[in-house]
Design a protein around this ligand. Structure first.
Ligand SMILES: Cc1cc2nc3c(=O)[nH]c(=O)nc-3n(C[C@H](O)[C@H](O)[C@H](O)COP(=O)(O)OP(=O)(O)OC[C@H]3O[C@@H](n4cnc5c(N)ncnc54)[C@H](O)[C@@H]3O)c2cc1C
Length: 524
């Protein structure tokens, strides 16, 4: 496995076409505006080599050769727990460690290609296993290019007026496929070694050419990446995101050739759909770990800010309540991640997938509660998080002594410390980076509506109705008050009278009820 430095150096061997801020980037590894992203990915490399983190950060890997956790196939439910913990661990240091998306895609593709192999006796699954083994051996950073441009949301891929709204196969050759189209949102794209192209939605038979999953080197001919900077590089006030952050990019595939040994799904639209929904389950489980790491940062910084303001949050009732709320939110959705791991499901392919209900509910919780987390952090901290003079004043002889003296809270806490904590909270909750955390929590892994659909699709509501009906049938609701039959057709009494009897019974009941009502409403 590589160190963070070796990973960064390995980017020099590649020559991707990357545009940033209106200009072409000559060298990704040397681009300051991408550095916080490279640093964040670097954490996933260094932590896998650190003795104290090896347990969660590595896995047995292909043929037990050892691999980074984020490139591993889950063989047990413990692997799911370890992955969840590894995501939290790396994200509380790096904000978003980015590489866990690769884990989610590898596992979902593992499941879908196994299905294709079972149906068609094809070599898709074997190709994927070879690819994963190679990625583990080279310790690659692989970006996930799933979200297409999508064009008009109301139309399926094959119905779009601009066919390149979705990446699709434009021609098939004897040695591979040629693909074109746009992937709109890819985390970390410019500083990845490869992109894994995956379909992002359910498709039907006439969308077959859009049901394509394949691996593309980041500097493949015809691939252009247009990216945003990672975080707030070079800004002194950006206490976190000047060092660790993520860039998000779009990628245009313009007649990119992909040899068959890198093609995992090609036209198998039903398996593609399975891959998309299974990826969502794996990924939403990872998102829970990522945002719990963010929660760790806010809880710590909130407590420090209260202390710097001169308040003991444990002894100040309303601050205590807010701190507990922050903890409750963070550990509440994280508990869903733990439940999803321990209740993980063995796929026929032989790997484990997190429980769908708990993964989706955990992600759904954090998608809305991220805004509560920001609100609580703002409430605990006070307005200085957005009002503090800029860091340049800290070195200005005309203002620094005054600020040091006058803008202290707790006399035992220096202005410098108070300002650091305030800027840290601003960075995470009220800056451009803060907005980024809200939107990724809301939409990363799919918008909330997608989770709600998935919960309802998988939750056995019918079984709960049957449970209630069974209680009626056993008279359990009338215990101790004599026999009272439920009046569902065919269930009018414990003996089970027929429908005719039921109609007569109902008629008698209505008649009796009318009589009672007329007695009650007759003026006395
Ligand atoms: C910071 C960030 C990083 C990301 N990283 C990655 C990444 O690395 N790789 C990747 O592949 N993706 C990534 N994503 C993309 C993410 O998965 C999508 O944002 C998400 O799936 C929502 O898609 P969208 O942004 O196109 O929004 P839309 O799908 O346009 O959703 C907008 C709204 O329209 C609704 N809507 C959309 N279509 C329909 C429809 N047909 N009928 C009814 N309602 C509809 C949605 O429910 C939602 O309310 C990232 C997103 C963010 C914000």
């Amino acid at each position: 496995m590589k160190t963070a430095m070796e990973y960064k150096e390995s980017l020099r061997e590649l020559n991707p076409t990357v545009f940033l801020g209106g200009e072409k980037v000559p060298s990704v590894a040397d681009e300051p505006r991408l550095e916080p992203g490279i640093n964040a990915v670097g954490i996933t490399y260094d932590f896998a080599l650190a003795e104290q983190h090896k347990g969660v950060m590595t896995s047995k890997g292909h043929e037990d050769l050892g691999a980074n956790r984020f490139l591993a196939i889950n063989r047990t439910t413990q692997d799911l727990l370890d992955k969840l913990e590894a995501v939290r661990l790396t994200c509380k240091v790096a904000g978003c460690a980015q590489r866990y998306l690769t884990h989610d895609a590898f596992n979902a593709l593992f499941e879908a290609t196994w299905q294709i192999k079972e149906e068609k006796a094809s070599e898709n699954h074997a190709r994927l296993i070879d690819y994963i083994a190679g990625a583990q051996k080279a310790d690659l950073a692989v970006g996930i290019a799933m979200t297409d441009g999508k064009g008009d949301r109301s139309l399926r891929p094959s119905r779009q007026s601009q066919p390149d709204s979705y990446v699709h196969v434009v021609s098939r050759r004897s040695d591979g496929v040629v693909i074109s189209g746009v992937k709109a949102i890819i985390t970390g794209a410019p500083y990845m070694h490869e992109l894994l192209v995956l379909p992002c939605r359910r498709m039907l038979a006439d969308d077959k050419d859009f049901a394509i999953a394949c691996a593309v080197p980041i500097d493949a001919k015809g691939l252009t990446i247009v990216t945003r900077p990672a975080g707030r590089p070079g800004q002194a006030a950006a206490k976190f995101s000047a060092k660790f952050a993520q860039s998000v990019a779009m990628a245009h595939f313009d007649n990119v050739f992909v040899p068959y040994d890198r093609v995992f799904i090609d036209g198998e639209f039903e398996a593609a759909h399975l891959m998309t929904t299974n990826y969502a389950t794996h990924h939403r489980h990872s998102c829970i770990g990522a945002r719990a790491g963010f929660g760790d940062l806010l809880i710590g910084a909130g407590a420090m800010m209260a202390q710097a303001n001169g308040l003991d949050y444990e002894k100040t009732p309303h601050l205590r309540e807010k701190m507990v709320d922050l903890i409750k939110i963070t550990e509440g959705f994280y508990a869903c991640g733990i439940a999803a791991s321990t209740m993980g499901e063995l796929d026929p392919a032989g790997n484990y997938r997190p429980d769908r209900i708990y993964s989706n509910i955990g992600k759904l919780l954090l998608a809305s509660q991220i805004y509560d987390m920001h609100r609580l952090a703002h409430d605990v901290s006070g307005g200085l998080v957005v009002a503090l003079p800029s860091p340049e004043e800290d070195h200005n002889p005309e203002t620094a002594p005054m600020l040091n003296d006058l803008l202290r809270g707790n006399p035992e806490v220096s202005y410098e410390h108070r300002a650091n904590v305030a800027r840290f909270i601003e960075d995470l909750t009220a800056s451009e980076t803060g907005g980024w955390y809200s939107v990724i929590s809301m939409h990363g892994g799919g918008s909330p509506e997608a989770m709600k659909l998935e919960v309802l699709r998988n939750y056995d509501v019918e079984a709960r109705s049957e449970l209630v009906q069974a209680l009626f049938d056993r008279d359990a609701l009338d215990m101790g008050r004599g026999l009272k039959a439920d009046r569902q057709p065919g269930r009018c009494c414990p003996a089970g009278c027929g429908g005719d009897e039921l109609v007569k019974t109902n008629a008698r009941n209505i008649d009796d009820k009318n009589k009672i009502q007329s007695i009650e409403t007759t003026p006395k």
